[in-house]
Ligand binder design. Structure first.
Ligand SMILES: Cc1cc2nc3c(=O)[nH]c(=O)nc-3n(C[C@H](O)[C@H](O)[C@H](O)COP(=O)(O)OP(=O)(O)OC[C@H]3O[C@@H](n4cnc5c(N)ncnc54)[C@H](O)[C@@H]3O)c2cc1C
Length: 412
């Protein structure tokens, strides 16, 4: 017997589960196919596990300054097995919550691999499901480089790295996008000797170049070695020859050089959302796309914030300075060290940079504690075309990092 649904979704990551929950909320019948675990990469192998480990790393790093802050702690050390165990507990707890939410909403979850056979039919376990509409939310997987094939022991991808139960003495990280940068910060905080290799001219190549340069300074202070405009040329056992002539012998290699989408061949009439659509590979983009698809709530694709976690956070939105013609814009920069709160928190590294054209913000680039929240304030102003003059009327609480935005406004 053929089962019939209003909506069939393949993939239970942020794109798929968001679409399923919102569709049920709108009264549709929904079947969701997931071949692995609901939550997808984000919950099981991406955003959540990395940020959980990062939290331990940040705490460990803060404890190193405890004496200065008047806290006396004797003999503290890292128990990495416990760090990983806590990560697993957090992931499992959130996954159980999601499974329950899907169940309570009445989404039919089928735990198997599925594929669309036509615009309205999905095949799974030799069974055909008729669906009025099909969403493909099959996500992405780590990209393998020609000369750096994953052996999952020495050459690792972002999934393998989560399975380590012991810290390596040294690691080479290939690629300094968000994933590479976050892991560089995690390992360095835990005392691992980290080297980063980046093919582009600067670290974090998608960021505003001033932010990239500041990150390079932060890496130097933290003794994270990095080589830009450099690639891995040759591997011989554990000897790694870089294109700049350096020879290094790390204990592990993490390849963080982008992600490939899982569903390469697209079927006409089927909608691809999240990482699978091949546009922006971020969980919040996947979630917004799912809601747009199911509820018709539009969102501005040019206003999707980017955040790189770690201490301090990095966040940006809109145009970068290198994309703009000279003299076509105005800019204001505020040093985080000028904000009282940053000294209270012992975290005064960073800047807030705001770019403006015709009294409207067109881009903002932040390195600061709480940058992930600060960027959201600017995004609201940008999305609603709120002018600089109007923003000046807002009352900003003191002492906060938000005051940095306020101070920037008065430079225009
Ligand atoms: C280490 C790391 C850290 C990250 N950190 C962040 C972050 O901090 N913030 C952020 O916004 N983004 C982050 N991301 C990116 C984020 O995880 C992805 O953008 C997000 O998971 C995409 O969601 P999705 O639903 O499109 O796909 P996915 O999360 O990839 O989910 C796709 C699901 O589809 C399933 N599937 C695939 N094919 C089939 C099939 N044929 N049948 C059934 N099921 C199938 C898969 O098993 C998977 O569960 C990170 C990624 C990584 C790797």
């Amino acid at each position: 017997m053929v089962e019939k649904f209003d909506l069939g979704i393949i993939g239970g990551g942020p794109a798929g589960y968001t679409a399923a929950l919102h569709a049920k909320n709108s009264g549709l019948s929904v079947v969701l196919f997931e071949k692995d675990k609901v939550g997808g990469v984000c919950l099981n192998r991406g955003c959540i596990p990395t940020k959980t480990i990062l939290h331990s790393a940040e705490l460990y790093e803060e404890l190193k300054c405890a004496e200065e802050l008047g806290i006396h702690i004797e003999n503290f050390s890292v128990d990495f097995k416990q760090v990983v165990k806590r990560k697993d507990t957090v992931v499992e707890k959130l996954r159980k919550g999601l499974e329950l939410a899907l169940k309570n909403a009445g989404v039919m979850v089928v735990n198997t691999e599925a594929s669309p056979v036509s615009e309205h039919q999905i095949k799974a376990d030799n069974k055909i499901y008729e669906c009025h509409k099909i969403l493909m939310a099959t996500g992405s997987k780590p990209r393998e480089l020609e000369n750096l094939k994953f052996d999952h022991k020495f050459i690792l991808n972002s999934d393998d790295i989560l399975d380590l139960t012991e810290l390596p003495e040294s690691i080479l990280i290939v690629g300094s996008g968000a994933i590479g940068t976050e892991w560089a910060r995690i390992f360095s905080a835990f005392g691992v000797s980290v080297t980063v290799v980046e093919a582009a001219e600067h670290l974090l190549p998608l960021a505003d170049v001033e932010i990239s340069k500041r990150l390079e300074r932060i890496f130097k202070t933290k003794k994270i070695k990095f080589y830009t405009s450099t690639t891995v040329e040759k591997i011989d056992g554990q000897n790694i020859q870089l294109s700049n002539g350096e020879l290094i012998t790390p204990e592990k290699v993490l390849v963080a050089a982008g992600r490939d989408i899982n569903s390469k061949e697209q079927i006409h009439g089927i909608t691809y959302i999240g990482d699978a659509c091949g546009e922006i590979q971020l969980a919040h983009f996947a979630i917004k796309q799912a809601i747009a698809e199911v509820q018709g709530i539009k969102f501005e694709k040019t206003l999707v914030p980017s955040v790189v976690y770690g201490c301090p956070e990095i966040a940006w939105i809109g145009k970068r300075e290198q994309d703009l013609e000279k003299d076509s814009y105005e800019k204001a920069i505020m040093l985080i060290s000028a904000l009282g709160k940053s000294h209270c928190d012992n975290c005064s590294e960073g800047i807030i940079k705001i770019l403006v054209q015709n009294d409207q913000i067109i881009g903002a680039h932040i390195i600061s504690k709480e940058a992930s929240s600060l960027i959201q304030q600017i995004l609201i102003a940008m999305q609603n075309n709120i002018s600089i003059e109007k923003l000046k009327e807002i009352c900003y609480a003191h002492p906060t990092y938000s005051e940095g935005i306020f101070e920037c406004l008065f430079k225009f």
